[in-house]
Write a protein that binds this ligand. Structure first.
Ligand code: ADP
Ligand code: MG
Length: 833
């Protein structure tokens, strides 16, 4: 009952057909030789026939079989890019879009003018571009501009198995665009490429494609991989365990590259350092180049806060309707996802035993280890190093994050060390707030990682967890769209004039509850027009799920940040607040600006060092927080001050290290500020904004405007301090009530407002540790709330019978909790609407 149509057999009944067009490509002999070894070359004819005979084709093949690098070349040679149309390929990861475009250009002996990439605001696309790699978010934005994608003859959706949210939505949209193009007489070919797994979601889905597309299976040569499990229960210190495992492999096992899977950049770097120290290799440090050395160290000067205190008689007010910028479409989104696949095998016993922990860090091995880091944000030229042969007489060891799982295939890997973890974004169902957490991978992911060891010869995979733990892993990781809030997606879809999102042909639809929550938030933010009130609640829900976008929503949709932040940007044209809002939004989007010094130390010396650093950071934070009214902007003022001070000092690693800032975060904020500035300039052509490293602190008045702007964006994140008369018991001491949670929440101790306890605050996110803590806190004035957040307020007396709303999750009627806002409404006379 498989959905796959065996194209191979069907095609072999017909006489082989030569393509009508053949555009020659001048490849070097070495490239040509390497290409011929790729399994996909054997399938070229079948693939091209399937494409010529069908509007939609699915290609499945093991990672490394040559899909990403070769299929665009097949299409090019067959003339699909020759005139008035290009070949477009989407990738869920930026790193793949960039590195694959470079690789294909090199293989084809073409320049980056012809084989180009576009990621967010960065790219090298020209008029001559024939093959264009991009992130899936870029193509989604292009559909907003030109629904029929008329400049493409072929669109390839790569890495579809990753099930990134934008990939899913693109497949849904293209399932409609392809027949439309057919009708117009300008056929568009859609090719969906995936690792060999779970294609049923695409093929067995009558909502998606009216005719089941053929599936071409590329049989990859895969050598057996012996999997070795750890016997012990997994350790917390998986990074240390990785180190010991690599040491053992390097000392005891025959030549062959080692690939280590860790979860994040910081871990990757620290393991690289440890390994380089243990197996010194002179050229290594220069060659590895994971540390971005600063060229110039400017004088470090402090970002001075204006200290004038003045009496504010009447508080300035921002104007909610002032978002008069003209929408133009530009930009994109990007994110990382995670992956799956299948492989196993058996071989001679090379089990290294079970990580007996006390391992000498110094090695007696004479063979140098050539250690390279690999992760998404690494500069492309440094990433490219992993594809080159290691220096003669050394063993290659790549320490990577999940990017090495399916996006990039590293040659010559014989040993894989898998920590079994991945860093993933998690979304709280209640608060909708996301956080990065390290969790176990899926079985499919583990098998995919193991498979990386068997590309060129039989290999070994060392799993740093027991087989019992492996059996507990989920089989596949769920599609991203089912796991996260979808307000940004819904906003993008509404910007495409898809009003009835609920009827959209999603490969896997998000839960109705998530759709409803997203629309509710977007209506509250003013991005969607409010639905007409219907008599029955279910109708009301249905009406909600087909709200059209508002003019404000169109502007918000052009900013590549979450809708809450986009609203802040849209309002910030007033009172010259844009540079500050851009900085705050960038900092909130990048998150985790400050180093974490509360980690356990290994020695007394280190404890003292960490303590000193923490004290220094706290001192700086107090300076960055400013004085007087500025202080009320709280943690967001600290972010603003920190970014300002860092940029003023030239954004050097030295400055960051001395002041407890995360250097990588600061570089990312700088990049995002640039992107958002471009986005704002594109919708607001007379703004003439530029990123000013010497940005002055906001004035006190501006700081007040900024608090209002933040409130307008984070409307559903308001919290009110519990008053003495409401104290239910001790657990509510110093607690806040929020609109969404029953439990007490607290200001995080790291917040500059921790001791101040303002009556009303807005927060960026709630994190749960020992308690529920608000982070990114700003104080707001109660009288702003009804003015800026009418959808959340009930005017007049506190409501005894708050208006009910329908809860699609339970089918029951849910009450809005008036508890957060009643003090506001209570103090205020009814407002005329
Ligand atoms: P798939 O998309 O099926 O996973 P790819 O097309 O990405 O396969 O890779 C095919 C082959 O090309 C792999 O063996 C890989 O190692 C090689 N390759 C990809 N990029 C580069 C590069 N930048 N330099 C050298 N080899 C590369
Ligand atoms: Mg690929």
């Amino acid at each position: 009952a498989g959905p796959s149509v065996p194209v191979g057999q069907a095609a072999s009944n017909k006489p082989p057909r030569k393509p009508a067009v053949f555009i020659p490509v001048d490849r070097s002999p070495e490239i040509q030789e390497a290409r011929l070894k790729l399994p996909i070359l054997a399938e070229e004819q079948i693939i091209m026939e399937a494409i010529s005979e069908n509007p939609i084709v699915i290609i499945c093949g093991e990672t490394g079989s040559g899909k990403t690098t070769q299929v665009p070349q097949f299409l090019y040679e067959a003339g699909y890019a020759s005139s008035n149309g290009a070949i477009g390929i989407t990738e869920p990861r930026r790193v793949a879009a960039v590195s694959m475009s470079q690789r294909v250009a090199k293989e084809m002996n073409l320049s980056d003018r012809e084989v180009s990439y576009q990621i967010r605001y960065e790219g090298n696309v020209t008029d001559e571009t024939q093959i264009k790699f991009m992130t899936d978010g870029v193509l989604l934005k292009e559909i907003q501009k030109d629904f029929l994608l008329s400049k493409y003859k072929v669109v390839i959706i790569d890495e579809a198995h990753e099930r990134s949210m934008y990939t899913d939505i693109l497949i849904g949209l293209l399932s409609r665009i392809v027949p439309l193009r057919e009708k117009k007489g300008l056929p568009l070919k859609l090719i969906v490429m995936s690792a060999t797994l779970r294609v049923e979601d695409f093929t067995d889905n009558s909502r998606l494609f009216s005719v089941t597309p053929p599936v071409v299976q590329v049989d990859a040569r895969q050598f057996p991989v012996t999997v070795h499990f750890n016997k012990k229960t997994p350790l917390d210190d998986y990074s240390g365990e990785c180190f010991r495992k690599v040491c053992k492999i390097h000392r005891m096992l025959p030549p062959g590259g080692i690939l280590v899977f860790l979860t994040g950049q910081a871990e990757v770097h620290s393991l690289c350092r440890r390994l380089r120290k243990a197996f010194p290799f002179q050229k290594n440090n220069a060659a590895g180049g994971d540390d971005n050395k600063e060229e110039s160290v400017e004088e470090i000067r402090k970002f001075k806060k204006s200290r004038k205190r003045k009496k504010v008689m009447a508080l300035p007010k921002i104007d909610l309707d002032n978002y008069s910028v003209v929408p133009v479409d530009e930009g994109d989104e990007d994110r990382d996802a995670e992956t799956d696949d299948d492989i196993a095998g058996s071989d001679i016993d090379l089990d290294l035993g079970d990580g007996d922990s006390e391992e000498d860090e110094k090695s007696d091995s004479s063979l140098p280890l050539y250690v390279l880091p690999l992760y998404s944000l690494l500069a492309p030229e440094k990433q490219a190093k992993v594809f080159r042969a290691p220096p003669p007489g050394t063993r290659l060891c790549v320490v990577a994050t999940n990017v090495a799982e399916t996006s990039l295939t590293i040659p010559g890997i014989k040993y894989v060390v898998d920590c079994g973890k991945v860093k993933k974004r998690f979304y709280d169902r209640i608060t909708g707030v996301s956080s990065f957490r390290v969790t176990w991978i899926s079985q499919a992911s583990a098998n995919q990682r193991a498979g990386r060891a068997g590309r060129t010869e039989p290999g070994h995979c060392y799993r740093l967890y027991s087989s019992a733990v492996f059996m507990d892993f989920e089989k596949f990781s769920a599609p991203e769209i089912t796991k996260r809030p979808v307000e940004d997606l819904i906003l993008q879809m509404k910007a495409l004039n898809i009003e009835k999102v609920i009827n959209f042909p999603f490969p896997t639809p998000p839960p109705t509850e998530a759709l409803a929550a997203a629309e509710e938030l977007l209506i509250a933010l003013g991005a969607l027009k409010e639905p007409p009130m219907m008599g029955r609640l279910t109708q009301q829900l249905a009406a909600k799920l087909s709200c059209p976008i508002s003019p404000l929503g169109r502007i918000m949709a052009t900013f590549p940040v979450a809708p809450r932040y986009a609203k802040m940007l849209a309002l910030s044209r007033q009172h010259d607040c844009l540079p500050y809002t851009i900085t705050i939004v960038s900092a909130m989007t990048v998150r985790e600006l400050f180093e974490e010094f509360d980690r356990p130390a290994v020695s007394e010396e280190e404890t003292a060092k960490l303590k000193g650093k923490k004290a220094r950071l706290l001192q700086m934070q107090r300076i960055w927080a400013g004085q007087g009214p500025m202080q009320m902007l709280g943690d967001l003022m600290v972010m603003l001050g920190a970014v300002g001070a860092c940029e003023y000092a030239g954004c050097t690693r030295k400055f960051c290290e001395e002041n407890g800032l995360r250097y990588k975060a600061m570089l990312e904020i700088r990049r995002l500020r640039g992107q958002l500035t471009t986005a704002v300039n594109s919708v607001c052509t007379d703004a003439g904004l530029y990123v000013d490293p010497k940005m002055k602190p906001p004035t006190e008045t501006q700081a007040t405007y900024l608090r209002q702007i933040v409130l307008a964006g984070l409307g559903d994140h308001v919290a009110r301090r519990v008053q003495a008369e409401e104290l239910l018991d001790d657990k509510w001491k110093n607690a806040y009530k929020t609109a969404l949670l029953d439990d007490p929440v607290f200001i995080h101790p790291s917040s500059v407002l921790f001791k101040q306890l303002p009556e009303f605050v807005v927060y960026q996110e709630i994190v749960e540790t020992t308690k529920l803590y608000m982070k990114g806190v700003s104080a707001v004035e109660p009288e702003w709330i009804p003015a800026l957040l009418p959808p959340y307020c009930h005017f007049g007396k506190p409501l005894e019978n708050p208006p009910p709303s329908y809860c699609p999750e339970t089918g029951r009627i849910r009450c809005h909790r008036p508890s957060v806002f009643y003090r506001v409404s209570w103090q205020l006379p009814a407002v005329e609407v």
